[in-house]
Design a protein around this ligand. Structure first.
Ligand code: 16G
Ligand code: MG
Length: 546
C-alpha cells in the first residue's frame, strides 16, 4: 500500500466509501452528537454512525503516524436496547476533544457524496497522507445489537483501507489497556502484553505482589449488572486464585439480554441508594456493583437492620488519597498526591480531603476526559466522579522517582514497592471497575478495615439529583467547572438567593452531556432541606422563560 500515492488512494477510497456507505444509510430525522461518552442512542439507529466512526478512526490513526486507535461499542449503564460507540486514543485515553467535531460532522453528513467530501476535507485540513497505513482495534460489550454494529464498523474500516483487529467482547477499560499496550510495545516503557490474558496477568500479578504477607483480604460480593464485567471478573478471579481472593459474582447473566442494568449495577445503586435486585447483602460485608461495561464501580454494605450504606466514587477517592498520602510519607520521597473531583462530589468529601487529609483538590467539568487530564498534572493524581468512574494516575516522573529511590529502612522499602505495585494494579488509561475493585480490596487489607471503618472518614451531606426536561438544553451555559450558570442570564442569581436559605446549602444546574435534559443537584444539612432545595431550583429552571 505504501507504494501507492495519495492521489490513487483518494480515487480508490472515494469509490469504496460511497459504495459501502450506501449499505449503511443514515436515518433522515436524526441529528447525532459525539458527546461526553461518544455517540449513544438506540442501537437500531446507530448503523450509519458506527460505519462512519470507522472512517474517522482510520484517519486518526493515519494522522498519528499509524498508531493504533481503539473503537469501543457499548452503552455502559444505559438500557439494553441502547448502544454507543467511542474512540480511544493511542495512550488509551479518550479521543482528543478537538476531533469530536469531525465525528459529529461525519455522522450527520446526509448523502454518500457529502460524507466522502467531509472525509477528504478533514484529511486535507489536517494534512493527513492517505497513503499512510492505518491501524484500528475494536471490541464490544454484551448487547444484542453489538454484532451488527461490528459489521458496520468493519465496512467503514475496510472501505478506507484500514488494518483492523477484532478483540470480541471486552470491558471498556480492557480495550483502553490493549490500545496502550500496542502503542507502547516498542517504547522504553511498554505498558503490558496487548491481550485480554495480558490484562489478567498484569493485574493479578500486581495484586498478589502487593498483598503478599499482608493478611487475608475481605470477602466481597460483586453485582456485575448482567453485563460484560461478570464473565471478565470471573476470569480475573481465576488468575488471582480463590486462596488469595474470595469473590462471589452475582448478576452475571449476560445471556438474558433484558437483564442488563435492569434494577442492578453501579448506576442503579448510586442513583437509587439501595441494593440491586439479585443480591441479598450480608450485614457488614463488602459488596460492589459494576456498570454494564465495567468502567464504574460503587461499594456498599448493610447493618444488621438492613440499613444501606453507600461507598461511592468520593469515598473511593478519599480512601485512595489517604492511603497514598501515608505511603508517600513513609517513603520520604518528594511526591505530591492530589485529588480531582467534579461538582457532583459531596461537599463533605471535598472538605474532608482538603481539611483533614490535607491534599490539593481540583474540580473539573463532568466526564472522564476532563478529570483524567487534570489528574495528570499531579505526581500521583486520584480522580473519581461520585458515580464511581475513576482511577489513580502515576506520572512518568513519579514512577522514575520510585524506581530509582534507595530505601534507608524496611518500612521505606515496603512503601516504595507498594506504590510501584499500585501503579501496575491500577489501570493507567481510564477508570476500570475491576482494577478499582482490586485497589479498594488492597487498601482495606492493608488498613485491616471493613466497609464500616472505611465509611467512618466523613458523613455525606444529604443530596438530591433532579432531571428537568426543557425545550432546549443548549440554552444553558455554565462556567467554573459547571458550578455557575452564565446563561440564561439572571437565573444563577435566583439560585444563589435560594441556596442561602439552607444550612450548608449548595446547588448547581448543568445541561446533561448524554441526555436531552437539565440536571439539578442540591445538597444541604438535612434530607428535607436537600430535597426542598432541589425541588425549588428545578421549579425555577422549569418556569424560566426561554
Ligand atoms: C458520561 C461520562 C461520565 C459522566 C456522565 C455524565 C465518560 C466515559 N462517561 O457517561 O463520566 O459522569 O457522562 O452524564 O466520560 P450527564 O452529562 O448526562 O450528566
Ligand atoms: Mg460505563
Amino acid at each position: 500500500m505504501s507504494e501507492q500515492t495519495s492521489d490513487q488512494m483518494t480515487t480508490q477510497y472515494s469509490t469504496q466509501i460511497k459504495m459501502f456507505s450506501a449499505l449503511h444509510p443514515r436515518p433522515k430525522d436524526r441529528t447525532f452528537t459525539y458527546g461526553t461518552a461518544g455517540f449513544r442512542l438506540l442501537g437500531s439507529l446507530l448503523d450509519s454512525v458506527v460505519f462512519r466512526v470507522g472512517l474517522l478512526a482510520g484517519l486518526r490513526s493515519r494522522k498519528l503516524k499509524s498508531q493504533t486507535i481503539g473503537v469501543m461499542i457499548t452503552a455502559s449503564h444505559n438500557p439494553p436496547a441502547d448502544n454507543g460507540v467511542k474512540l480511544v486514543d493511542p495512550q488509551g485515553e479518550m479521543l482528543e476533544a478537538s476531533w469530536e467535531v469531525y465525528a459529529t460532522k461525519f455522522a450527520n453528513a446526509v448523502a454518500e457524496d457529502e460524507l466522502v467530501s467531509e472525509y477528504f476535507a478533514v484529511a486535507k485540513a489536517l494534512q493527513i497522507d492517505l497513503a499512510t497505513p492505518a491501524n484500528v482495534i475494536f471490541a464490544r460489550d454484551t448487547r444484542e445489537s453489538g454484532p451488527a454494529l461490528v459489521a458496520a464498523l468493519k465496512d467503514g474500516l475496510s472501505s478506507s483501507g484500514v488494518e483492523y483487529k477484532d478483540y470480541g467482547i471486552l470491558t471498556t477499560p480492557q480495550l483502553h489497556y490493549i490500545v496502550k499496550c500496542i502503542n507502547t510495545a516498542n517504547s522504553s516503557t511498554p505498558y503490558g502484553t496487548p491481550s485480554e490474558i495480558g490484562y489478567y496477568e498484569k493485574l493479578s500479578a500486581a495484586f498478589k505482589t502487593i498483598l503478599a504477607g499482608k493478611g487475608k483480604p475481605p470477602v466481597v460480593t460483586v453485582d456485575a449488572a448482567n453485563g460484560v464485567g461478570g464473565p471478565k471478573l470471573d476470569e480475573l478471579a481465576k488468575y488471582i486464585g480463590a486462596e488469595v481472593l474470595d469473590v462471589t459474582v452475582v448478576n452475571d447473566d449476560t445471556a438474558t439480554v433484558e437483564k442488563l442494568n435492569h434494577q442492578c449495577g453501579a448506576d442503579f445503586v448510586k442513583t437509587q441508594q439501595q441494593q440491586p435486585l439479585g443480591l441479598e447483602p450480608k450485614p457488614w460485608a463488602l459488596h460492589a456493583s459494576l456498570d454494564g461495561d465495567a468502567d464504574r464501580i460503587v461499594f456498599y454494605y448493610v447493618d444488621e437492620l438492613n440499613k444501606f450504606f453507600l461507598l461511592d466514587g468520593d469515598k473511593i477517592a478519599s480512601l485512595a488519597a489517604v492511603f497514598i498520602r501515608d505511603l508517600i510519607k513513609v517513603s520520604a520521597l518528594d511526591l505530591e498526591v492530589g485529588v480531582v473531583q467534579t461538582a457532583y462530589a459531596n461537599g463533605s468529601s471535598s472538605a474532608y480531603l482538603k481539611d483533614t487529609v490535607k491534599v490539593p483538590v481540583k474540580v473539573t467539568s463532568t466526564g472522564v476526559k476532563h478529570l483524567h487530564h487534570a489528574a495528570q498534572l499531579f505526581d500521583i493524581g486520584v480522580y473519581f466522579e461520585a458515580n464511581g468512574h475513576g482511577t489513580v494516575l502515576f506520572s512518568p516522573s513519579a514512577i522514575k522517582t520510585l524506581e530509582t529511590a534507595e530505601a534507608q529502612s524496611p518500612a521505606q522499602k515496603d512503601a516504595i514497592t507498594t506504590l510501584l505495585s499500585l501503579a501496575d494494579l491500577i489501570n493507567q488509561t481510564v477508570g476500570d471497575a475491576l482494577s478499582d475493585l482490586l485497589m479498594v480490596i488492597t487498601i482495606l487489607t492493608y488498613m485491616r478495615w471493613g466497609p464500616q471503618e472505611w465509611n467512618r472518614a466523613y458523613t455525606d451531606f444529604p443530596n438530591r439529583l433532579v432531571r428537568v426536561v426543557v425545550p432546549d438544553r443548549y440554552v444553558f451555559k455554565t462556567t467554573n467547572a459547571e458550578r455557575v450558570l452564565v446563561e440564561p442570564v439572571g437565573l444563577q442569581a435566583e439560585i444563589d438567593a435560594l441556596v442561602k436559605k439552607y444550612n450548608c446549602g449548595r446547588s448547581f444546574v448543568r445541561p446533561s452531556g448524554t441526555e436531552d435534559a437539565i440536571r439539578v443537584y442540591s445538597e444541604a444539612a438535612s434530607r428535607l432541606e436537600a430535597d426542598e432545595l432541589a425541588k425549588k431550583v428545578a421549579d425555577l429552571v422549569q418556569a424560566w422563560p426561554l
